[in-house]
Design a protein. Structure first.
Length: 272
């Protein structure tokens, strides 16, 4: 029992540190770590990962709220739509066999790794293109808040749906959906986008955790130390994140995520 608690806390610390250093999206490694180290299946690991992701994201979101950089109306809208679809993902996760669920996760992880690697290499080009593109959600120069339009509402709601469904299905926070969606749909600065994404992840993850707990499927023995380790490491990681190269960190994370995706596929192949 003590070994399980210690291992869970250590794995959670890895997740929290990655989340702090790379921004939303890094916590997608939580489920693979639980699969490989603690030998849980995806349906068992997903709620534990969601608990840790939600708690560590909440730490970052509170810091962002205190700094006044969270666009809380946008976060509330995305979280509301995500919360509606998160139980649907949970329902499907507990009805799919472990093999196809693992392969789906590996495919999503590989996609995230490839996109993050490309974004880290082409950040200059992406910045120049964003200046030419008129996003549907524009910040008011006087108030610093979004000017709400039908197109803005639709763009944020759709991204919230995708993040909510994936959080329930795979136990991920959905930051890899939310951050690109906010970059595409808004002209908010990057630090505000990441903080807003963390707020969405916190709220959406909470709905998934509550649903799982009420159904009696949460492994609290693993989940509590895992989440505690993630939250503590999130705080520590934010103290050093500004001193490190963000692009190099993203590239490193992308390479590790790609290798883990390959390992997940290999594990399924060896088991069949």
């Amino acid at each position: 029992m003590e070994n399980v608690i210690a291992s869970s806390a250590a794995l959670g610390a890895v997740v929290g540190l990655i989340l702090a250093l790379t921004g939303a999206g890094g916590a997608i490694l939580a489920v693979p770590l639980l699969l490989f180290v603690l030998h849980l299946n995806v349906a068992e690991a997903a709620p534990v990962a969601l608990l840790a992701v939600g708690l560590s994201a909440a730490v970052g979101a509170v810091i962002g709220l205190r700094a006044g950089i969270v666009r809380y109306r946008a976060a509330a809208l995305m979280a509301a739509t995500g919360t509606v679809f998160s139980p649907a993902g949970l329902w499907l996760a507990h009805r799919l066999p472990n093999t196809p669920l693992t392969l789906i996760f590996a495919a999503v992880l590989a996609y995230v790794a490839l996109r993050m690697f490309k974004q880290a290499k082409t950040v200059t080009k992406d910045t120049s293109r964003s200046e030419e593109h008129q996003q549907p959600c524009q910040l008011d120069n006087e108030t610093g808040r979004f000017v709400w339009t039908a197109a803005c509402t639709r763009a944020l709601a759709v991204s919230g749906i995708g993040a909510g469904f994936l959080s329930g299905l795979l136990g991920v926070g959905g930051g890899f959906v939310i951050v690109p969606a906010l970059k595409k749909a808004t002209n908010a600065p990057v630090h505000s986008i990441v903080a807003t994404s963390l707020a969405v992840i916190t709220l959406v993850s909470a709905s998934g955790v509550v649903t799982t707990a009420l159904s009696g499927r949460m492994n609290w023995t693993v989940g509590v130390p895992f989440a505690a380790g993630a939250a503590v490491a999130m705080l520590g990681g934010r103290l050093i994140a500004g001193r490190l190269s963000g692009h190099r960190l993203q590239q490193g994370f992308a390479l590790v995520a790609g290798l883990i995706a390959i390992g997940m596929v290999a594990k399924v192949a060896l088991a069949t």
